[in-house]
Ligand binder design. Structure first.
Ligand code: HEC
Length: 101
């Protein structure tokens, strides 16, 4: 194997965990449409009073971990999705929320 090919393969291998950790907004969009859109709306603006307007960045100043906590455990009227969708799907849907801004 040439040195260059080995180098490229090594770099791909090293980058793989990073892409897994980052969350996939394309997958997240499907999850959002299925589980979240009824309350949070297609544009993220919220369908009723008391919801954060994601298209104005409300609540999105929080870290991924904080947002994932809310999705996992709920918050008042906001239902908990832990057990309903996987940890990876929670990460993906949070990545999708960040695309509203
Ligand atoms: C039954 C309606 C409803 C559904 C379904 C729903 N939410 Fe919410 N969500 C709310 C409400 C209401 C709030 C505001 C909660 C508060 O501040 O008391 C909220 C708040 C949030 C927040 C703000 C986080 C925070 O720390 O305050 C995030 C992020 C969020 N929702 C994401 C989601 C995601 C992702 C889904 C789908 C997996 C989802 N929500 C589904 C009603 C809903």
């Amino acid at each position: 194997m040439s040195g260059l090919r080995l180098f490229v393969l090594t770099m791909l291998f090293l980058l793989l965990p990073l892409t897994v950790l980052a969350g996939d907004p394309v997958v997240g969009k499907n999850i959002y449409t299925r589980h979240c859109m009824g309350c949070h709306g297609a544009s993220g603006a919220g369908m009723m009073p008391g919801l954060p307007n994601f298209s104005r960045g409300e609540q999105l100043f929080k870290s991924d971990n904080e947002l994932m906590d809310t999705v996992r455990n709920g918050n008042g009227v906001m239902p908990s999705f832990g057990g309903l969708i996987s940890e990876e799907e929670i990460r993906d849907v949070v990545a999708y929320l960040r695309t509203f801004l």
